[in-house]
Design a protein. Sequence first.
Lengths: 298, 252
Amino acid sequence: MNLSNGETSTVSGQNRNGASGSWEDTKRLVKPSTPTRKPQPALEAVNNRLRELYPQSEELFDVVLVTNNHAYVGLRLINTINHHHLLIERFCMTGGNSPIGYLKAYHTNLYLSADSAKVREALEEGIAAATMFTPEKMTEVSETQLRVAFDGDAVLFSDESERIFKAHGLDKFFEHEKAHENKPLDHGPLKGFLEALGKLQSKFFDKGLRMDCPIRTYLVTARSAASSGTRALKTLRSWGLEIDEALFLAGAPKGPMLEKIRPHIFFDDQMFHVEGAAELGTVACHVPYGIAQRAAKK
Amino acid sequence: MVSTVANVDVKQKDAEQALVVAISCSAVLEDTDDGEVHGVGVAFPLLQAVQNVNRRLVAANSAESLLFDVLLVTTDGRRQQSARIVSSTKHHGLEVSRFCFSGREDFVESLLENRVQLFLSAEPEEASQAWQRGVLSALLGRQTWSSSSEQLRVLLCGGDIFTTPANPTPAAQRFWSQLGAMRGRFGVLDSPVSVSVLTAHGGRQSFGDALATLRSRGLKADEAHCLAGAPRGPILDLLRPHFLLGDGGLER
């Protein structure tokens, strides 16, 4: 996405954690080029529900717009945001400095950008980040329930299993996963973000709203339910994290499944899946992490 | 009684054209009884940065008259140490144009007489006194010491980033346009002076208003942050300004 001067603007999401006085984050979808879809509703809906239930709490979704632009183009940026009726209230114009320091200062839970270099930098600093790709045509998504879909390996989990698969093939992969079924996988770059979402979800669960929770999470993985999927689920359980729906595609394309789920955002480490998802109207984000990136470079 | 002494070792600036900044002596030199020379105070990196700005301005235009004109002001009647103060500033390579030896009751007079546009002090009392008489003032602190010695970093901060004293002196009123002109002498990158803006409360609306006001005063800011109520500590640690102006400035 391009805002002013042809520069790419990036979005960082944040929550405020009232308990420790520090900041968590949130995520945001900003699509100034596609005014047919207003992305705010889902996040605003979640925030409104949270405020209703916990009026004193500051644990909400919070969005900060981060740009490398200098302040003197700030007015144009504000005008653009007003024009598209985006509900962004926090801004960080770094005047050419790297945004990474600011992301850390804000305790960013998720950093989204159209600039993959910045995303890589953020990942290297341990900040959950992904490169956004806007589909040409976006499918309709819920305005009342925020849906977030994650790939498993190299997104929520480390890329260790992908390495086995790439080095030794599918059979070895299955063997390895079966043998290590009870050994939790290492965590991946977006585990923290899932955790942050989980914290907000549990605020609804605590009020008995499990069935009517305005945040829903999905695991969309090429693993198969019969075999390699078990390790994934056990890993999540060992982390104390829940995922609402786990979809084991056993290698089938993810696009059609995502079209059914209609997440507001989907994270995958492989461009093949990101593109496939975007082709069918899902907002897909690439997490440039792990072995898949080296393979892609060749 | 105030006595003002020009520093013969430093080329005097054209006071009409220059940006006159006065710094309280106690912020520049430590008050040590022993030794030949005073140690440096919290404002040392700031002065080095200011000198760097002057250096770059002159390098770009040898006839430049919009320079920082630095005055050292004593506020506690340290007249008897005046020689030591002068020699200490020379020892540390500080390019002070003039020394104003005054006391607590009359230091503000010397600020007014010298048409000081900005007064910097590490003492809240002093800054407040000057402010009440219409002199634009800012507090220095620990963050001044840990800030850059190569780039002067000014932060306009608060709900109202352009807070001025109730009856601002003409000198105070000229400060913004002069600072803007000075910043404008340099390009977007590699500038020896950086102006940042931070609105603490209020959202996009007040942020936009602040940016519009900046523009109308001819001041091109480098960084701009709209916190909308977020804690400002982490961002301040990142920005490392030498001092803050605005209504968020004097409340340290």
